[in-house]
Design a binder for this molecule. Structure first.
Ligand SMILES: *[C@@H]1O[C@H](CO)[C@@H](O)[C@H](O)[C@H]1NC(C)=O
Ligand SMILES: *[C@@H]1O[C@H](CO)[C@@H](O)[C@H](O)[C@H]1NC(C)=O
Ligand SMILES: *[C@@H]1O[C@H](CO)[C@@H](O)[C@H](O)[C@H]1NC(C)=O
Length: 465
């Protein structure tokens, strides 16, 4: 019974939404698909949800990259019922360590260890107390893996000491992300190990930086509907798309993680959050090709401290205001962070022509050091990552109670403070306090539709617009 279900999960991972022809093309001939501008559109040929472009309100997980959300959620739900049967089955164990090697994992970097990892998880998930799944040192090759609950224990630890390497065959993923956690209470992900997305080969297939209609590549680590999660001391390397995506989670703590990808890798956001609350991220080092941390819609009570960011696009609220029925962002503190050579420092970005009104309120950035950062302080309410965006109605996202305090260092462009607010719904109560940003040619501020309040010494000279 156990083996059957495991087989279903792993074989599914290798068959959903995949045409064998595509599998072959992506494995054997990566060049073939990357020639035409729209070639990546053929990846998910069996997946109507992902290719439909209707006004789908819940397709909001990837706020920049488009078109995931509903499809994934539906598939998650199906998988959940299968896994739930296991988790609440007849197990009588309590606690214990479940070593993936005892379940057949080779850890030789060549064998597909998906089934063994999945089996160890399912065994631990049935136990009461505080069971642990151990992935000892070694290199474990695997396609998508699902660590789903509900589990029976009060906590469940996944201790990764080795390196997990993602399959480089995009056909193995269908529309799935790589390492997925869902519906687990009390997960502790730890052990100092590495999640290597092996993204280099897939980055040329990602058209999302240039077009809205694009197919989304797998995220390295995705967390959905989790409660009380700790992610501590792991490394995420060269994700195909986002490194860590967190959706619908309560009480989510990230401590001492390393996130690494080249500065020019597409959409490799470090940590992205949506519809989550009571989140802390501390003492982590993020070097990547997109936002180090991005705070999407519907998040509240978040604290981000002790982050070193760069290269990357900085720490961002947004982008907001793109989809129907987005939730507000309420209560964010970003403190004691250092950004080096990033394309933005601390940023709020909202789209024009938002379908519904929403708010970002009570947001504080303080004690931040900027080293050679392009746009160290930026509010952009006309955000458009493409060459042009179709419509030009003002954003409906209201920005209110936004505090920039004790931010110092160097700007790599003369405009060190750029506040581009909304015409119709002006930014309200934006405060600049004790700012000191310099540029060799003299730093400047630029403002549109805003007069920020200033406290203490503010360099460059504040603007009105
Ligand atoms: C600030 O963050 C750094 C890590 O970048 C950490 O080492 C240091 O202890 C933090 N300082 C405070 C006062 O929290
Ligand atoms: C603003 O957010 C912070 C968390 O960053 C929270 O501690 C504080 O209570 C919030 N203030 C209001 C007025 O909600
Ligand atoms: C601003 O920073 C520069 C160094 O970047 C320093 O020389 C100057 O004294 C600082 N100004 C204030 C008012 O702190």
């Amino acid at each position: 019974m156990k083996v059957e279900i495991i087989l279903i999960i792993c074989i599914n991972a290798f068959s959903i939404g995949v045409k064998s022809q595509i599998e072959q093309e992506t494995t054997d001939n990566p060049q073939q698909l990357s020639t035409g501008a729209d070639s990546s559109q053929t990846f998910f040929i069996d997946n109507p949800v992902q290719l439909s472009t209707g006004a789908d309100s819940s397709q909001t997980f990837f706020t920049e990259a488009n078109s995931v959300g509903q499809g994934n959620a539906a598939i998650f739900e199906q998988q959940l019922s299968a896994v739930k049967t296991q988790a609440t089955g007849t197990g009588t164990c309590s606690g214990g360590t479940y070593n993936v090697k005892d379940f057949g994992a080779k850890g030789d970097g060549k064998t597909d260890d998906c089934k063994a990892i999945q089996a160890a998880w399912l065994a631990a998930c049935k136990c009461t107390g505080s069971p642990k799944v151990l992935i000892p040192s070694g290199t474990y090759l695997t396609g998508p893996v699902q660590f789903f609950g509900a589990c029976k224990g009060t906590t469940i630890t996944l201790q990764v000491q080795g390196t997990l390497k993602a399959s480089t065959n995009l056909g193995h993923f269908g529309q799935r992300d790589w390492i997925c956690f869902g519906w687990v209470r009390g997960l502790i992900l730890t052990g100092g190990g590495t999640f290597d997305g092996q993204g280099t080969a897939s980055w040329p297939y990602n058209k999302c930086p240039v077009t809205k209609k694009c197919n989304v590549l797998p995220t390295n680590l995705k967390f959905n509907a989790m409660t009380d999660t700790t992610v501590k001391g792991i490394t995420s390397l060269n994700s195909k798309f986002f490194h860590i995506g967190v959706v619908n989670c309560q009480k989510f703590n990230v401590i001492g993680v390393h996130i690494t990808a080249p500065g020019d890798s597409p959409n490799t956001d470090g940590l992205h959050f949506e519809r989550s609350s009571d989140v802390t991220i501390t003492d982590s080092i993020i070097a990547t090709g997109d936002d180090c941390i991005s705070i999407g819609h519907g998040n509240s009570r978040m604290t981000i401290k002790g982050i070193t960011c760069g290269p990357g696009h900085g720490i961002s609220v947004g982008s907001l205001g793109r989809y129907q029925n987005e939730g507000d962002v309420n209560g964010l503190l970003v403190k004691n962070c250092t950004l080096s050579k990033t394309t933005n420092g601390v940023r709020l970005k909202t789209w024009e022509s938002s379908p519904n009104p929403s708010k970002a309120i009570n947001i504080t950035f303080e004690d931040i050091i900027m080293n050679n950062v392009c746009n160290p302080i930026i509010i952009d309410q006309t955000y458009c990552p493409y060459v042009s965006c179709e419509s030009k109605l003002p954003s409906k996202v209201k920005l209110q109670d936004i505090f920039f305090r004790r931010i110092r260092g160097t700007s790599s462009t003369p405009i060190a403070v750029w506040l581009k607010c909304n015409k119709n719904i002006p930014c309200q109560n934006v405060v600049l306090q004790d700012i000191n940003l310099s540029h060799p040619a003299g730093a400047k501020s630029t403002c549109q539709n805003i007069q920020a309040k200033t406290l203490g010494t503010v360099i460059p000279t504040p603007c009105k617009g």
